[in-house]
Ligand binder design. Structure first.
Ligand SMILES: [Zn+2]
Length: 499
Protein backbone atom coordinates (compact mmCIF):
# COMPACT_ATOMS: atom_id res chain seq x y z
CA UNK A 1 0.00 0.00 0.00
CA UNK A 2 1.20 3.51 -0.81
CA UNK A 3 -0.24 5.72 1.86
CA UNK A 4 0.48 8.99 0.02
CA UNK A 5 -2.02 8.27 -2.76
CA UNK A 6 -5.67 7.48 -2.27
CA UNK A 7 -8.24 6.87 -5.00
CA UNK A 8 -11.55 8.60 -4.18
CA UNK A 9 -13.65 7.88 -7.28
CA UNK A 10 -13.15 5.88 -10.43
CA UNK A 11 -14.57 5.69 -13.95
CA UNK A 12 -13.08 3.41 -16.63
CA UNK A 13 -9.33 3.72 -15.83
CA UNK A 14 -9.78 7.33 -14.71
CA UNK A 15 -9.71 8.23 -11.06
CA UNK A 16 -10.03 11.14 -8.67
CA UNK A 17 -7.15 10.80 -6.25
CA UNK A 18 -5.50 12.54 -3.33
CA UNK A 19 -1.75 12.80 -3.71
CA UNK A 20 -0.25 13.78 -0.38
CA UNK A 21 3.06 15.61 -0.79
CA UNK A 22 4.52 15.63 2.73
CA UNK A 23 7.43 17.96 2.15
CA UNK A 24 5.13 20.66 0.71
CA UNK A 25 2.50 20.02 3.38
CA UNK A 26 -0.21 19.84 0.70
CA UNK A 27 -2.58 17.28 -0.75
CA UNK A 28 -3.07 17.63 -4.48
CA UNK A 29 -6.28 16.41 -6.08
CA UNK A 30 -5.63 14.37 -9.22
CA UNK A 31 -5.91 14.25 -12.18
CA UNK A 32 -3.91 17.44 -12.21
CA UNK A 33 -1.73 19.45 -14.53
CA UNK A 34 1.72 20.69 -13.59
CA UNK A 35 2.73 23.79 -15.57
CA UNK A 36 6.38 23.46 -16.59
CA UNK A 37 8.56 26.35 -15.45
CA UNK A 38 11.77 26.98 -17.33
CA UNK A 39 13.64 29.02 -14.73
CA UNK A 40 15.44 30.92 -17.50
CA UNK A 41 12.28 31.94 -19.39
CA UNK A 42 9.29 32.83 -17.23
CA UNK A 43 6.22 33.30 -19.49
CA UNK A 44 3.58 33.40 -16.73
CA UNK A 45 4.75 34.23 -13.20
CA UNK A 46 4.41 31.06 -11.05
CA UNK A 47 3.03 33.25 -8.24
CA UNK A 48 -0.09 33.54 -10.45
CA UNK A 49 -0.51 29.78 -11.15
CA UNK A 50 -3.13 29.42 -8.41
CA UNK A 51 -5.42 31.75 -10.44
CA UNK A 52 -5.61 29.05 -13.10
CA UNK A 53 -6.05 26.17 -10.67
CA UNK A 54 -2.49 24.83 -10.46
CA UNK A 55 -1.61 23.13 -7.17
CA UNK A 56 1.74 21.75 -8.32
CA UNK A 57 4.36 22.78 -10.87
CA UNK A 58 7.38 21.11 -12.39
CA UNK A 59 10.78 22.62 -13.05
CA UNK A 60 14.17 21.29 -14.06
CA UNK A 61 16.82 20.83 -11.39
CA UNK A 62 19.52 20.13 -13.97
CA UNK A 63 19.08 23.55 -15.59
CA UNK A 64 19.20 25.16 -12.14
CA UNK A 65 22.27 23.22 -11.07
CA UNK A 66 24.19 24.15 -14.22
CA UNK A 67 23.53 27.88 -13.98
CA UNK A 68 25.67 29.53 -11.29
CA UNK A 69 23.14 32.29 -10.47
CA UNK A 70 20.13 30.00 -10.38
CA UNK A 71 21.99 27.40 -8.34
CA UNK A 72 23.02 29.92 -5.74
CA UNK A 73 19.52 31.40 -5.48
CA UNK A 74 17.86 27.98 -5.28
CA UNK A 75 20.24 26.82 -2.52
CA UNK A 76 19.83 30.11 -0.70
CA UNK A 77 16.09 30.85 -1.01
CA UNK A 78 14.82 27.35 -1.77
CA UNK A 79 12.77 26.57 -4.88
CA UNK A 80 9.50 27.79 -3.36
CA UNK A 81 11.03 31.16 -2.49
CA UNK A 82 12.85 31.50 -5.79
CA UNK A 83 9.72 30.75 -7.84
CA UNK A 84 7.34 32.40 -5.36
CA UNK A 85 5.03 29.37 -5.39
CA UNK A 86 3.51 27.86 -2.24
CA UNK A 87 2.10 24.68 -3.82
CA UNK A 88 4.02 21.45 -4.45
CA UNK A 89 7.08 21.46 -6.71
CA UNK A 90 8.29 18.49 -8.72
CA UNK A 91 11.75 18.57 -10.29
CA UNK A 92 13.11 16.76 -13.32
CA UNK A 93 16.67 15.47 -13.32
CA UNK A 94 18.23 16.13 -16.69
CA UNK A 95 17.01 12.92 -18.32
CA UNK A 96 15.38 15.03 -21.02
CA UNK A 97 18.71 16.76 -21.73
CA UNK A 98 20.32 13.29 -21.77
CA UNK A 99 17.85 12.21 -24.45
CA UNK A 100 18.38 15.43 -26.44
CA UNK A 101 22.17 15.82 -26.21
CA UNK A 102 23.40 12.27 -25.48
CA UNK A 103 25.24 13.10 -22.24
CA UNK A 104 24.93 15.10 -19.04
CA UNK A 105 27.37 15.85 -16.25
CA UNK A 106 25.50 14.49 -13.25
CA UNK A 107 24.28 11.17 -11.89
CA UNK A 108 21.32 9.87 -9.92
CA UNK A 109 22.87 10.22 -6.49
CA UNK A 110 24.20 13.73 -7.01
CA UNK A 111 21.08 15.12 -8.68
CA UNK A 112 18.71 13.62 -6.09
CA UNK A 113 20.80 15.16 -3.29
CA UNK A 114 20.75 18.49 -5.12
CA UNK A 115 16.97 18.31 -5.61
CA UNK A 116 16.62 17.65 -1.91
CA UNK A 117 18.96 20.53 -1.06
CA UNK A 118 16.97 23.09 -3.08
CA UNK A 119 13.69 22.05 -1.47
CA UNK A 120 12.05 19.96 -4.18
CA UNK A 121 8.93 18.08 -3.03
CA UNK A 122 9.14 15.31 -5.65
CA UNK A 123 12.53 14.49 -7.15
CA UNK A 124 13.62 12.40 -10.12
CA UNK A 125 16.60 10.06 -10.70
CA UNK A 126 18.49 10.12 -14.01
CA UNK A 127 16.63 7.45 -15.97
CA UNK A 128 17.30 6.63 -19.62
CA UNK A 129 14.42 7.89 -21.79
CA UNK A 130 14.48 5.33 -24.60
CA UNK A 131 12.66 6.77 -27.64
CA UNK A 132 9.97 4.90 -29.62
CA UNK A 133 10.80 2.38 -32.37
CA UNK A 134 14.39 1.54 -31.31
CA UNK A 135 15.69 -2.05 -31.73
CA UNK A 136 14.49 -4.29 -28.92
CA UNK A 137 18.01 -5.00 -27.70
CA UNK A 138 18.63 -1.31 -27.04
CA UNK A 139 15.27 -0.91 -25.25
CA UNK A 140 16.12 -3.88 -23.02
CA UNK A 141 19.65 -2.69 -22.17
CA UNK A 142 18.53 0.84 -21.39
CA UNK A 143 15.64 -0.42 -19.30
CA UNK A 144 18.06 -2.51 -17.23
CA UNK A 145 20.17 0.59 -16.65
CA UNK A 146 17.09 2.62 -15.65
CA UNK A 147 16.14 -0.13 -13.22
CA UNK A 148 19.62 -0.11 -11.64
CA UNK A 149 19.27 3.65 -11.16
CA UNK A 150 15.85 3.29 -9.52
CA UNK A 151 17.38 0.80 -7.09
CA UNK A 152 20.20 3.27 -6.43
CA UNK A 153 17.63 6.04 -5.90
CA UNK A 154 16.02 3.96 -3.16
CA UNK A 155 19.27 4.17 -1.18
CA UNK A 156 19.74 7.97 -1.42
CA UNK A 157 18.81 9.89 1.72
CA UNK A 158 16.05 12.26 0.60
CA UNK A 159 14.00 12.79 3.75
CA UNK A 160 10.35 13.54 3.10
CA UNK A 161 10.91 14.26 -0.59
CA UNK A 162 8.87 11.87 -2.77
CA UNK A 163 10.85 10.27 -5.59
CA UNK A 164 9.77 9.43 -9.13
CA UNK A 165 10.26 5.95 -10.56
CA UNK A 166 10.09 6.43 -14.35
CA UNK A 167 8.70 3.54 -16.42
CA UNK A 168 10.60 3.05 -19.70
CA UNK A 169 10.62 0.33 -22.37
CA UNK A 170 10.14 2.24 -25.64
CA UNK A 171 7.24 0.96 -27.78
CA UNK A 172 7.47 -2.63 -26.48
CA UNK A 173 4.34 -3.32 -24.40
CA UNK A 174 5.88 -6.32 -22.60
CA UNK A 175 8.92 -4.24 -21.57
CA UNK A 176 6.65 -1.40 -20.37
CA UNK A 177 4.64 -3.88 -18.34
CA UNK A 178 7.79 -5.44 -16.84
CA UNK A 179 9.14 -1.93 -16.12
CA UNK A 180 5.87 -1.04 -14.37
CA UNK A 181 6.08 -4.19 -12.24
CA UNK A 182 9.71 -3.50 -11.30
CA UNK A 183 8.96 0.15 -10.40
CA UNK A 184 5.95 -0.96 -8.38
CA UNK A 185 8.21 -3.13 -6.25
CA UNK A 186 10.64 -0.34 -5.39
CA UNK A 187 9.98 1.92 -2.42
CA UNK A 188 9.69 4.93 -4.77
CA UNK A 189 6.55 7.01 -4.91
CA UNK A 190 5.32 8.45 -8.23
CA UNK A 191 5.41 6.70 -11.60
CA UNK A 192 6.05 8.72 -14.74
CA UNK A 193 5.47 6.88 -18.03
CA UNK A 194 8.58 8.21 -19.72
CA UNK A 195 9.73 9.01 -23.26
CA UNK A 196 6.25 9.24 -24.76
CA UNK A 197 6.80 12.86 -25.87
CA UNK A 198 7.91 11.77 -29.39
CA UNK A 199 4.66 9.76 -29.71
CA UNK A 200 2.55 12.69 -28.54
CA UNK A 201 4.42 15.23 -30.70
CA UNK A 202 3.59 13.07 -33.73
CA UNK A 203 -0.01 12.58 -32.54
CA UNK A 204 0.60 8.80 -32.29
CA UNK A 205 -2.08 8.52 -29.62
CA UNK A 206 -2.92 4.91 -30.51
CA UNK A 207 0.59 3.75 -29.65
CA UNK A 208 0.68 6.07 -26.65
CA UNK A 209 -2.47 4.33 -25.37
CA UNK A 210 -0.88 0.89 -25.87
CA UNK A 211 2.24 2.00 -23.95
CA UNK A 212 0.23 3.44 -21.05
CA UNK A 213 -2.09 0.42 -20.85
CA UNK A 214 1.00 -1.85 -20.70
CA UNK A 215 2.67 0.20 -17.94
CA UNK A 216 -0.62 0.17 -15.99
CA UNK A 217 -0.78 -3.63 -16.13
CA UNK A 218 2.57 -3.74 -14.29
CA UNK A 219 1.78 -0.98 -11.80
CA UNK A 220 -0.56 -1.42 -8.86
CA UNK A 221 -3.86 0.40 -8.63
CA UNK A 222 -2.64 2.69 -5.87
CA UNK A 223 0.36 3.88 -7.91
CA UNK A 224 0.01 7.53 -8.99
CA UNK A 225 0.89 7.68 -12.70
CA UNK A 226 2.36 10.70 -14.48
CA UNK A 227 2.08 10.88 -18.27
CA UNK A 228 5.34 12.72 -18.80
CA UNK A 229 5.07 15.49 -21.37
CA UNK A 230 1.28 15.33 -21.81
CA UNK A 231 0.22 18.95 -22.10
CA UNK A 232 -2.39 19.18 -24.85
CA UNK A 233 -5.94 19.45 -23.47
CA UNK A 234 -7.37 17.54 -26.45
CA UNK A 235 -5.99 14.31 -24.98
CA UNK A 236 -6.52 14.82 -21.23
CA UNK A 237 -9.81 12.88 -21.16
CA UNK A 238 -8.24 9.95 -23.04
CA UNK A 239 -5.11 9.96 -20.86
CA UNK A 240 -7.24 10.09 -17.71
CA UNK A 241 -9.37 7.17 -18.95
CA UNK A 242 -6.14 5.21 -19.46
CA UNK A 243 -5.34 5.73 -15.78
CA UNK A 244 -2.97 8.72 -15.78
CA UNK A 245 -3.15 11.02 -12.76
CA UNK A 246 -0.57 13.71 -13.47
CA UNK A 247 0.09 15.69 -16.63
CA UNK A 248 2.62 18.43 -17.27
CA UNK A 249 2.36 21.29 -19.66
CA UNK A 250 5.25 22.99 -21.34
CA UNK A 251 2.84 23.38 -24.25
CA UNK A 252 1.04 26.37 -22.69
CA UNK A 253 4.23 28.46 -23.01
CA UNK A 254 5.92 26.85 -26.02
CA UNK A 255 2.77 27.09 -28.14
CA UNK A 256 2.16 30.70 -27.06
CA UNK A 257 5.66 31.61 -28.24
CA UNK A 258 4.64 30.48 -31.77
CA UNK A 259 1.26 32.24 -31.70
CA UNK A 260 -0.58 28.96 -31.15
CA UNK A 261 -3.89 28.78 -29.31
CA UNK A 262 -4.87 25.50 -27.63
CA UNK A 263 -8.43 24.14 -27.75
CA UNK A 264 -9.90 20.83 -26.64
CA UNK A 265 -10.27 19.90 -30.32
CA UNK A 266 -6.76 20.75 -31.47
CA UNK A 267 -4.50 23.75 -32.04
CA UNK A 268 -5.36 27.01 -33.81
CA UNK A 269 -3.04 29.78 -34.91
CA UNK A 270 -3.79 33.30 -33.72
CA UNK A 271 -3.52 34.54 -37.34
CA UNK A 272 -6.38 32.29 -38.44
CA UNK A 273 -8.82 33.27 -35.68
CA UNK A 274 -11.54 35.87 -36.21
CA UNK A 275 -13.19 34.95 -32.88
CA UNK A 276 -11.99 33.36 -29.64
CA UNK A 277 -14.08 30.19 -29.06
CA UNK A 278 -13.51 30.33 -25.30
CA UNK A 279 -14.98 31.94 -22.19
CA UNK A 280 -11.75 32.58 -20.24
CA UNK A 281 -10.88 36.12 -19.09
CA UNK A 282 -8.34 36.56 -21.92
CA UNK A 283 -10.86 35.56 -24.59
CA UNK A 284 -13.77 37.58 -23.20
CA UNK A 285 -11.68 40.75 -22.71
CA UNK A 286 -9.93 40.68 -26.09
CA UNK A 287 -10.54 39.87 -29.76
CA UNK A 288 -7.94 38.00 -31.84
CA UNK A 289 -7.41 41.26 -33.70
CA UNK A 290 -6.56 43.11 -30.43
CA UNK A 291 -4.05 40.45 -29.46
CA UNK A 292 -2.43 40.33 -32.91
CA UNK A 293 -1.68 44.05 -32.72
CA UNK A 294 0.08 43.77 -29.35
CA UNK A 295 3.87 43.59 -28.92
CA UNK A 296 5.22 40.02 -29.04
CA UNK A 297 5.80 39.66 -25.29
CA UNK A 298 2.28 40.79 -24.38
CA UNK A 299 0.77 38.54 -27.07
CA UNK A 300 2.78 35.57 -25.82
CA UNK A 301 1.73 36.11 -22.22
CA UNK A 302 -1.98 36.40 -23.09
CA UNK A 303 -1.88 33.29 -25.27
CA UNK A 304 -0.07 31.40 -22.49
CA UNK A 305 -2.75 32.50 -20.02
CA UNK A 306 -5.52 31.33 -22.34
CA UNK A 307 -3.64 28.04 -22.87
CA UNK A 308 -3.51 27.51 -19.10
CA UNK A 309 -7.18 28.41 -18.67
CA UNK A 310 -8.37 26.03 -21.40
CA UNK A 311 -6.17 23.24 -19.99
CA UNK A 312 -7.41 23.58 -16.40
CA UNK A 313 -11.02 23.95 -17.59
CA UNK A 314 -10.70 20.65 -19.45
CA UNK A 315 -9.21 19.03 -16.34
CA UNK A 316 -12.19 20.15 -14.27
CA UNK A 317 -14.48 18.73 -16.96
CA UNK A 318 -12.57 15.43 -16.79
CA UNK A 319 -12.88 15.33 -13.00
CA UNK A 320 -16.60 16.08 -13.09
CA UNK A 321 -17.06 13.34 -15.70
CA UNK A 322 -15.22 10.84 -13.47
CA UNK A 323 -17.48 11.75 -10.55
CA UNK A 324 -20.58 11.34 -12.75
CA UNK A 325 -19.43 8.17 -14.47
CA UNK A 326 -19.49 9.83 -17.88
CA UNK A 327 -15.76 9.91 -18.64
CA UNK A 328 -16.04 7.67 -21.69
CA UNK A 329 -18.77 9.89 -23.14
CA UNK A 330 -16.31 12.80 -22.82
CA UNK A 331 -13.52 10.72 -24.39
CA UNK A 332 -15.85 9.86 -27.29
CA UNK A 333 -16.71 13.50 -27.81
CA UNK A 334 -13.01 14.41 -27.95
CA UNK A 335 -12.21 11.38 -30.14
CA UNK A 336 -14.83 12.38 -32.68
CA UNK A 337 -13.29 15.83 -33.03
CA UNK A 338 -9.82 14.57 -34.00
CA UNK A 339 -8.86 11.39 -35.92
CA UNK A 340 -5.66 10.85 -33.90
CA UNK A 341 -7.55 11.01 -30.61
CA UNK A 342 -9.98 8.52 -32.17
CA UNK A 343 -6.99 6.22 -32.76
CA UNK A 344 -6.13 6.58 -29.08
CA UNK A 345 -9.69 5.80 -28.01
CA UNK A 346 -9.85 2.75 -30.30
CA UNK A 347 -6.57 1.53 -28.78
CA UNK A 348 -8.07 2.06 -25.30
CA UNK A 349 -11.05 -0.07 -26.38
CA UNK A 350 -8.64 -2.83 -27.46
CA UNK A 351 -7.84 -2.99 -23.72
CA UNK A 352 -11.49 -2.85 -22.59
CA UNK A 353 -11.09 -6.15 -20.72
CA UNK A 354 -8.23 -4.66 -18.67
CA UNK A 355 -10.14 -1.47 -17.88
CA UNK A 356 -13.39 -3.31 -17.17
CA UNK A 357 -11.84 -4.44 -13.88
CA UNK A 358 -11.62 -0.90 -12.51
CA UNK A 359 -14.85 0.40 -14.04
CA UNK A 360 -17.63 0.91 -11.48
CA UNK A 361 -20.52 -1.52 -11.77
CA UNK A 362 -23.07 1.25 -11.42
CA UNK A 363 -22.95 4.83 -12.66
CA UNK A 364 -24.89 7.41 -14.65
CA UNK A 365 -26.70 6.50 -17.88
CA UNK A 366 -24.64 4.81 -20.61
CA UNK A 367 -24.91 6.98 -23.75
CA UNK A 368 -24.35 5.19 -27.02
CA UNK A 369 -22.87 7.88 -29.28
CA UNK A 370 -20.87 6.01 -31.93
CA UNK A 371 -19.88 2.51 -33.12
CA UNK A 372 -16.99 2.73 -30.61
CA UNK A 373 -19.56 2.64 -27.77
CA UNK A 374 -20.26 -0.99 -28.72
CA UNK A 375 -16.75 -1.90 -27.48
CA UNK A 376 -16.93 -0.13 -24.11
CA UNK A 377 -15.87 -1.99 -20.93
CA UNK A 378 -19.52 -2.21 -19.78
CA UNK A 379 -20.50 -4.17 -22.90
CA UNK A 380 -17.49 -6.46 -22.53
CA UNK A 381 -18.21 -7.02 -18.83
CA UNK A 382 -21.86 -7.93 -19.33
CA UNK A 383 -20.98 -10.44 -22.05
CA UNK A 384 -18.30 -11.96 -19.81
CA UNK A 385 -20.71 -12.32 -16.93
CA UNK A 386 -23.45 -14.14 -18.83
CA UNK A 387 -22.04 -17.32 -17.27
CA UNK A 388 -23.54 -16.34 -13.91
CA UNK A 389 -27.10 -17.18 -14.96
CA UNK A 390 -28.77 -20.58 -15.06
CA UNK A 391 -31.49 -20.91 -17.68
CA UNK A 392 -34.62 -23.11 -17.98
CA UNK A 393 -35.53 -25.31 -20.98
CA UNK A 394 -37.00 -22.61 -23.24
CA UNK A 395 -36.04 -18.93 -23.35
CA UNK A 396 -37.35 -16.07 -25.49
CA UNK A 397 -34.85 -13.26 -26.07
CA UNK A 398 -37.07 -10.34 -27.12
CA UNK A 399 -36.52 -6.67 -27.87
CA UNK A 400 -40.04 -6.11 -26.54
CA UNK A 401 -43.02 -8.05 -25.19
CA UNK A 402 -43.22 -11.40 -23.38
CA UNK A 403 -44.63 -14.82 -24.27
CA UNK A 404 -46.02 -17.30 -21.72
CA UNK A 405 -45.26 -20.20 -24.08
CA UNK A 406 -41.64 -19.88 -22.95
CA UNK A 407 -40.29 -20.75 -19.49
CA UNK A 408 -38.62 -17.31 -19.36
CA UNK A 409 -38.44 -14.10 -21.41
CA UNK A 410 -35.23 -12.09 -21.44
CA UNK A 411 -34.71 -8.63 -22.93
CA UNK A 412 -32.23 -8.23 -25.74
CA UNK A 413 -31.01 -4.82 -26.88
CA UNK A 414 -28.15 -3.50 -28.96
CA UNK A 415 -25.36 -3.11 -27.98
CA UNK A 416 -25.64 -4.96 -24.63
CA UNK A 417 -27.31 -8.13 -25.93
CA UNK A 418 -29.47 -10.40 -23.74
CA UNK A 419 -30.18 -9.68 -20.05
CA UNK A 420 -32.84 -10.74 -17.51
CA UNK A 421 -35.82 -8.36 -17.50
CA UNK A 422 -35.44 -7.64 -13.79
CA UNK A 423 -32.13 -5.90 -14.58
CA UNK A 424 -33.83 -3.46 -16.99
CA UNK A 425 -33.76 -0.60 -14.49
CA UNK A 426 -30.12 -1.03 -13.48
CA UNK A 427 -26.87 0.14 -15.07
CA UNK A 428 -25.92 -0.28 -17.91
CA UNK A 429 -29.28 -1.59 -19.19
CA UNK A 430 -30.84 1.86 -18.84
CA UNK A 431 -28.58 2.85 -21.78
CA UNK A 432 -29.74 5.64 -24.08
CA UNK A 433 -29.22 4.40 -27.62
CA UNK A 434 -29.99 6.04 -30.98
CA UNK A 435 -33.18 5.12 -32.86
CA UNK A 436 -30.99 4.44 -35.87
CA UNK A 437 -28.57 1.89 -34.46
CA UNK A 438 -25.38 1.09 -36.40
CA UNK A 439 -24.03 -2.34 -37.37
CA UNK A 440 -21.48 -2.34 -34.55
CA UNK A 441 -24.26 -2.09 -31.96
CA UNK A 442 -26.31 -4.92 -33.52
CA UNK A 443 -23.21 -7.08 -33.88
CA UNK A 444 -22.24 -6.56 -30.24
CA UNK A 445 -25.75 -7.66 -29.18
CA UNK A 446 -25.63 -10.69 -31.48
CA UNK A 447 -22.26 -11.71 -30.01
CA UNK A 448 -23.91 -11.59 -26.59
CA UNK A 449 -26.69 -13.89 -27.84
CA UNK A 450 -24.05 -16.22 -29.27
CA UNK A 451 -22.21 -16.43 -25.94
CA UNK A 452 -25.41 -17.04 -23.94
CA UNK A 453 -26.42 -19.83 -26.32
CA UNK A 454 -22.99 -21.45 -26.12
CA UNK A 455 -23.11 -21.33 -22.30
CA UNK A 456 -26.52 -23.07 -22.20
CA UNK A 457 -26.41 -26.05 -24.56
CA UNK A 458 -29.59 -27.58 -23.12
CA UNK A 459 -31.79 -24.50 -23.55
CA UNK A 460 -33.90 -23.80 -26.65
CA UNK A 461 -33.66 -20.15 -27.70
CA UNK A 462 -35.86 -17.89 -29.79
CA UNK A 463 -34.63 -14.39 -30.68
CA UNK A 464 -37.36 -11.81 -31.37
CA UNK A 465 -35.57 -8.83 -32.90
CA UNK A 466 -36.53 -5.62 -34.68
CA UNK A 467 -35.11 -6.07 -38.16
CA UNK A 468 -31.46 -6.70 -37.21
CA UNK A 469 -29.15 -6.60 -40.24
CA UNK A 470 -27.96 -9.90 -41.73
CA UNK A 471 -24.36 -9.05 -40.77
CA UNK A 472 -25.36 -9.12 -37.12
CA UNK A 473 -27.60 -12.21 -37.39
CA UNK A 474 -24.62 -14.08 -38.87
CA UNK A 475 -23.19 -14.15 -35.32
CA UNK A 476 -26.28 -15.93 -33.96
CA UNK A 477 -25.87 -19.75 -33.82
CA UNK A 478 -28.10 -21.68 -36.28
CA UNK A 479 -30.03 -23.48 -33.53
CA UNK A 480 -31.66 -20.20 -32.44
CA UNK A 481 -35.11 -19.60 -33.95
CA UNK A 482 -35.42 -16.05 -35.27
CA UNK A 483 -38.56 -13.91 -35.26
CA UNK A 484 -38.46 -10.49 -36.89
CA UNK A 485 -40.87 -8.35 -34.87
CA UNK A 486 -41.09 -5.78 -37.69
CA UNK A 487 -42.14 -8.25 -40.40
CA UNK A 488 -43.55 -11.10 -38.27
CA UNK A 489 -41.24 -13.35 -40.30
CA UNK A 490 -39.84 -16.48 -38.63
CA UNK A 491 -36.63 -18.19 -39.82
CA UNK A 492 -33.73 -20.21 -38.62
CA UNK A 493 -30.69 -18.11 -37.84
CA UNK A 494 -28.76 -16.31 -40.62
CA UNK A 495 -25.68 -18.39 -39.91
CA UNK A 496 -27.28 -21.35 -41.65
CA UNK A 497 -27.86 -19.38 -44.86
CA UNK A 498 -24.20 -18.49 -44.92
CA UNK A 499 -23.00 -22.06 -44.46
ZN1 LIG B 1 -9.52 31.59 -23.62
Amino acid sequence: MRDHFEVRAQDAGGRIGDLTVPRAGVTVETPTLMPVVNPNIITVDPARFREFGAEILITNSYIIKNDADLRERALDEGLHGMLDFDGAIMTDSGSFQLAEYGEIDTDTEEILEFQHAIGSDIGTPVDIPTPPDVPRERAEEELEETQRRLELAETVETGEMLVNAPVQGSTYPDLREAAGRHAEHTSLDVFPVGAVVPLMNDYRYGEMADVVAAAKRGLGRDAPVHLFGAGHPMMFALAAALGCDLFDSAAYALYARDGRYLTVHGTEHLDSLQYFPCGCPVCTDHTPDDVQRMPDAAQEELLAEHNLHVSFTELRRVKQAIRQGSLLELVEARAHAHPRVLDGYRAFLDHAGQYEQSDPVSKDTFYYTSPESARRPEVVRHRERLDRFSLPETVLLAESGTDDDFDETWRVRPPLGPYPRELATSYPFTAEVPERMDDAGYEAAAKGVSRLVALNPDTEFTLAHRDWPARALDYVPPRVELVNLETGHTTASGAEDDA
